[in-house]
Design a protein around this ligand. Sequence first.
Ligand SMILES: *[C@@H]1O[C@H](CO)[C@@H](O)[C@H](O)[C@H]1NC(C)=O
Ligand SMILES: *[C@@H]1O[C@H](CO)[C@@H](O)[C@H](O)[C@H]1NC(C)=O
Ligand SMILES: *[C@@H]1O[C@H](CO)[C@@H](O)[C@H](O)[C@H]1NC(C)=O
Ligand SMILES: *[C@@H]1O[C@H](CO)[C@@H](O)[C@H](O)[C@H]1NC(C)=O
Ligand SMILES: *[C@@H]1O[C@H](CO)[C@@H](O)[C@H](O)[C@H]1NC(C)=O
Length: 686
Amino acid sequence: MKRSNSFMLWFGMTVQLCFFLFIGFSEGSTSISGRRALLKNNLTQASSSPAVKLDQNHNQVVIDNGIVQVTLSKPEGYVLAISYSGIDNVLEAQNQNNNRGYLDVAWSTHEGFQQYHDSWKIEGTKFSVVEMTEDQVEVSFLRGWTHSMNGYIPINIDMRYIMRRGNSGYYSYAIFERPEGFPAAQVFQIRLVYKLRQDKFHYMAISRKRQRVMPTAEDRNSGQTLAYPEAKLLNNAKNPRIRGEVDDKYQYSAENKGNRVHGWISFDSEPHTGFWVIAPSNEFRNAGPHKQDLTSHVGPTSLAMFVSTHYAGTSVSINFEEGETYKKVFGPIFVYLNSAPSQDNLDSLWSDAVRQSNEEVRSWPYDFPRSPDFILPHERGTVKGQLRVRDWFKKGWGIINAKFAYVGLALPGENGSWQRESKGYQFWTQADENGYFEIKYVIPGDYNFYAWVPGFIGDYRYNATITIKPGGVIKLGSLVYSPPRNGPTIWEIGVPDRSAGELYIPDPDPKLVNRLYQNDPRNGFRQYGLWERYTDLYPEKDLVYNVGIHKHDKNWFFAHVARRTGNQTYQPTTWQIKFEVKDDTSGNYTLQVAIASANDAKLQVWFNDPRDVDPHFETARMGKDNAIARHGIHGLYSLISVEVPSDRFKKGNNIIYLKQSEASGSFQGVLYDYLRLERPPITGRM
Ligand SMILES: *[C@@H]1O[C@H](CO)[C@@H](O)[C@H](O)[C@H]1NC(C)=O
Ligand SMILES: *[C@@H]1O[C@H](CO)[C@@H](O)[C@H](O)[C@H]1NC(C)=O
Ligand SMILES: *[C@@H]1O[C@H](CO)[C@@H](O)[C@H](O)[C@H]1NC(C)=O
Ligand SMILES: *[C@@H]1O[C@H](CO)[C@@H](O)[C@H](O)[C@H]1NC(C)=O
Ligand SMILES: *[C@@H]1O[C@H](CO)[C@@H](O)[C@H](O)[C@H]1NC(C)=O
């Protein structure tokens, strides 16, 4: 393509994009074009659609249902080609066979990080046809492990592909199994990767608002590396509309609970074509509903993340002891393709992908995977009940319903252990506004019931192991969570929601923006380099917060980071909270510090006294979740309750000093979720 043509293409797309932003759209409404896309889909799903066919030769398997054709290498199980709607391969055919569609696992031997291997693509060694009917084909690529396979992950991995009649796509899942006698191993990441055609897929969509024309891999290569290799300043991008922006794949992360469908659209084909990765459930993903992970990013690349340490650190990795047995099914996920005539509005492919993802969620758990390890709907159980909260300070002496609480089942552990739990399945839902919940389709086994309630600090755990049996219904009745609380609130900063999102988020450096987030305050935290803005705002003196005058969303910087003092040099920062105590009292005050993220940080606290004495309280060095550098508004949650003898405070004006004392780099720090000072308990009341 000549340069002038490609400029025209970009220009045309930008115009379309503006039009699309101008008219807006909502997920619920079906535009004319959306309906057309649906209609096309429904027609192809009619029973008249062709039978599923399987062809194979000595090194390839081709599965075809007349809508989509998938070619896999045999016996490795790499996806070599996906042919759809006149495009012979939506994957990048210039890439090697093992670099288009694959499963990979990052792991190491148990001793730890020294032997960390960047990532390992799983190569099947034994191909078999599991099922072959006119309605459905399922194939298996098994990579078994034996003691002679030193250097390969000691897990038997069975990669499965399912194609069904009339479906515009195919399903993919993997069964991980460790029989007795396998050596120790530590797993950091499990994911499926798809690399799409670079000449066609330029537009990425990961949510209703988070959609844009993306830079190319070439734009990134010709750009300037910022503070780490993933972040690039695109100062040589071909498309003038993109030139000068920042690109970083972590700007496109999502929480598990919101990571249902994402993908790419090609306008460089007639009809326009969409490629989507749909996750119908989170049960197989690690570390609970708030765990953040990657989606799609420049490449063009689409990921189905099952397990990772992103935004959490290696404390969430999976550790297998020597001889430890294991079995878990990851997926299925659905790879969906759609198309719409090029005159349609831009949103038709996205809204059709959302419709399809809703349909997959409704059909979950699927009843068609043929592995006996995939637990079918009728073999699963249910847990229901109501959660309430007793926080006597908030509502008199009463108990209130745990409105919209997050409730879930995960392997047995301590309060809040689910956010580091990666081995087992997790089943989460959100309670209704009266705190009622029903967790359906739970895989049989032993769990703890966990919860947290927006608006309240701490973590709830039901004090008994819950054993789910096939078809069983467990009624927990009415449960009461008593969040940590020692006395009445004197002041509070922020909202207890496990995120720093409601605090002051600065604008990015104007030279380092991602334009997607410029008019999107809710996603403003995803801009690059916000950690550097603290020094810009507080070049010499640190943050001082006056209770009663200041507001958390204007005056409490979202990240307690170090101050830049020169080239790669930093100094610790000490924030002050100034407040008034109305009367003299005895007993202990309580300072509740809820932390939304910590990265190689240490918090030291002084009450009124000059700061040259030892801190009155300090934490150990804490956190490795790396949420600051990854534009996360939270990492792992923790709660610190500090008892403060009453003689540390006096009637009148008081100051609490909070020092983040670790300052060897710009990504060390703490994201506060919420802070609260409680008066000493009123005797007789507690
Ligand atoms: C297409 O099928 C879905 C259910 O599969 C249905 O809800 C929808 O109304 C159908 N649309 C059309 C245009 O027939
Ligand atoms: C842990 O759970 C128990 C029982 O629900 C609760 O009383 C306690 O406050 C929790 N602790 C924290 C730190 O959330
Ligand atoms: C939790 O369970 C243990 C063992 O069953 C019991 O000893 C303890 O009293 C229980 N704690 C609460 C708060 O119910
Ligand atoms: C900053 O320090 C690094 C090494 O710490 C050095 O390589 C670089 O040249 C320095 N940059 C400037 C502008 O002084
Ligand atoms: C106050 O806190 C200190 C330190 O945690 C503790 O030793 C003491 O027992 C507490 N006093 C009261 C009255 O709770």
